[in-house]
Design a protein around this ligand. Structure first.
Ligand code: F6P
Length: 558
């Protein structure tokens, strides 16, 4: 069978779509006064209003049947039980173990992983207490004031997003910096603002081989050693990795290494030692709160019936657009300013997980897979790309995310913010008909011909889907639940498409080619055969950066 498109539920949805595609959400709301109440879910401090989607009960039944026929309940159990569902790397996928606050045993190769998880958490806790309390001193006996996390992708985005989101809970003495780009400008900008005596560097890399991270880490160490000596490194450099040997080779004492394991994917790692910057900034208690919030979502995901399961609903409604309407992009629009890094975080989570073109067995997929995830703070988006979302030709579902309660005590701001969130959802759903536009313009006493000229431009088709996700409060617990919600949503969609959401081979080719090109740029390799465009670019670089005799002495040592 050609999975999943030949599943009976898929076929039934295809037929149902032929009717559904003519619906307008305005009519769905008009016909069904209880719609908002029914298409509503709450988990912990999170509320999901999914009523403003092009769905009815029949659509939802069909989508849930599809999830069942795809074997979702079994796949969920497989993940939670430690089965090696990452089949191209022969790994379990156990970010849920990192926040398993009830400590029920979870085994990998016959061994319960919980004792190691708790050991590392305790190590992180001791270290964080020491730094935060001022007991941990730098080489000149000064307290740490700046923490520089050097990492990229999952070793950067999660900690950065959480520290930004939860700034209100941050330690007042600690300034957090995140360096990911190998463009020296980013590291230089940070180093200009910090002092070696009071700075702690966290070198965060699952593999400890990532070129950008290791290059930045080496430069940071050289910068440090201009003022201090080798013996001082232990007080200012710690590592987070699965690769003990590479950490030791880099020169970091493995006593200052915070370990995690190959069953934690990079983009799922903020709950592990990769979350060390989060714990340093927010404190152990808040970090554990974040884990507790994620655990709450895990328990809900594991136990709730599919039809009342928040990650499952988000995922399946997404499938409806991606695979039946052909909508290949999805917007994340947080309205809380401190959540401004969330779109980038979810972008990696979703696109690196589900940007796949073959199924688990290697056969080509038979339907579209992961959507293009993009976004920005909603309020800024309203004054930029929302035009396309309202009147463009694409169907782009939008997740509108906001905190219900005030974050600042500046009068008037929160009401304006939330009025915009709710208004956008209403506008996307209702639109504005030609008759409404006519009536509005007539009230302004415009001449008839001018009204008719403007009507097509001022009409909004509406019927544009949104999910409204509200956090009672933006706090560590609710942020934990929110991120776990998206993790599980991505997992569910991967199950439906039959792909492995936990590898990322697609990032390798560019890395491989860059090695040869780097050697050509710095003159260590003579020009190699490439396509004419690449060869031209390399020549251009060398003309701009190398000496006239063709040697690149300035780069030869780098
Ligand atoms: O190149 C992609 C990737 O491997 C991501 O999956 C990962 O989050 C990132 O690079 C960083 O990897 P590492 O933590 O091993 O440095």
């Amino acid at each position: 069978m050609n999975y999943p498109v030949e599943l009976p539920a898929w076929q039934a949805l295809q037929q149902h779509f032929e009717t559904a595609r003519h619906w307008h959400m305005r009519d769905l709301f008009a016909r069904d006064p209880e719609r908002a109440e029914r298409y509503w879910l709450e988990v912990g401090g999170l509320k999901l209003d999914f009523s403003k989607n092009r769905i009815n009960d029949e659509t939802l039944d069909g989508l849930i049947r599809l999830a069942e026929e795809a074997g979702l309940p079994e796949r969920i159990r497989d993940m939670f039980s430690g089965r090696k569902i990452n089949n191209t790397e022969h790994r379990s996928v156990l970010h849920i173990a990192l926040r398993n606050r009830t400590n029920t045993p979870i085994t990998v190769d016959g061994e319960d992983v919980m004792p190691q998880v708790n050991r590392v958490l305790a190590h992180m806790g001791q270290f964080s207490h020491a730094v935060r309390s001022g007991r941990w001193l730098g080489y000149t006996n000064q307290v740490i004031t700046d923490v520089v996390n050097i990492g990229i992708g999952g070793s950067d985005l999660g900690p950065q997003m959480m520290c930004t989101a939860l700034k209100a809970f941050g330690h007042p003495r600690l300034r957090m910096h995140f360096v990911s780009n190998v463009d020296g400008a980013q590291l230089r900008d940070v180093l200009e603002r910090v002092h070696p005596e009071t700075t702690l560097f966290i070198i965060a890399s699952k593999t400890f081989t990532t070129q950008e991270t290791i290059t930045n880490a080496n430069t940071a160490r050289e910068w440090f050693l201009r003022e201090a000596c080798e013996a001082d490194i232990a007080k200012h450099f710690v590592a987070v990795s699965t690769n003990r040997q590479a950490v030791a080779e880099f020169g970091i004492d493995t006593a200052n290494m915070f370990e995690f394991w190959d069953w934690v994917g990079g983009r799922y790692s903020l709950w592990s030692a990769i979350g060390l910057p989060i714990m340093l900034y927010l404190g152990e208690e808040n970090f554990l709160e974040m884990l507790a919030g994620a655990h709450l979502m895990d328990l809900h995901f594991f136990n709730a019936p599919l039809a009342r399961n928040m990650p499952v609903i988000l995922a399946m409604v997404g499938i409806w657009y991606i695979n039946f309407y052909g909508g290949g992009s999805h917007v994340i629009a947080p309205y809380d300013q401190h959540l401004h890094r969330l779109p980038q975080f979810i972008q990696q989570l979703d696109m690196e997980s589900n940007g796949k073109q073959v199924k688990r067995g290697g056969e080509a997929v038979s339907c579209d897979t992961g959507p293009i995830i993009w976004g920005e703070t909603g309020i800024n988006g309203q004054h930029a790309f929302f035009q396309l979302l309202h009147q463009g030709t694409h169907i782009t579902p939008v997740d509108l995310i906001a905190g219900l309660t005030k974050r600042s005590n500046l009068p008037g701001h929160h009401e304006i913010l939330l009025s915009n969130v709710f208004a956008q959802a209403e506008a996307f759903m209702r639109g504005k008909t030609a008759d409404e536009v006519r009536a509005e313009l007539a009230e302004q006493n415009l001449p008839e011909d001018e009204i008719e000229r403007l009507v097509p431009h001022k009409t909004f088709s509406g019927n544009r889907p949104t999910n409204m996700i509200l956090l009672d409060e933006v706090n560590p617990r609710n942020m934990g639940s929110l991120i776990a919600l998206y993790e599980h949503k991505v997992f569910v969609q991967g199950v439906i498409w039959g792909i492995n959401s936990f590898d990322q081979w697609g990032v390798e080719l560019g890395k491989q080619l860059a090695k040869t090109i780097l050697a050509e740029l710095n003159g260590k390799l003579p020009p190699q055969a490439h396509d004419s465009s690449t060869e031209r670019l390399i020549r251009l670089y060398r003309r701009a950066n190398c000496d006239t005799d063709g040697t690149c002495a300035a780069f030869a040592d780098s």
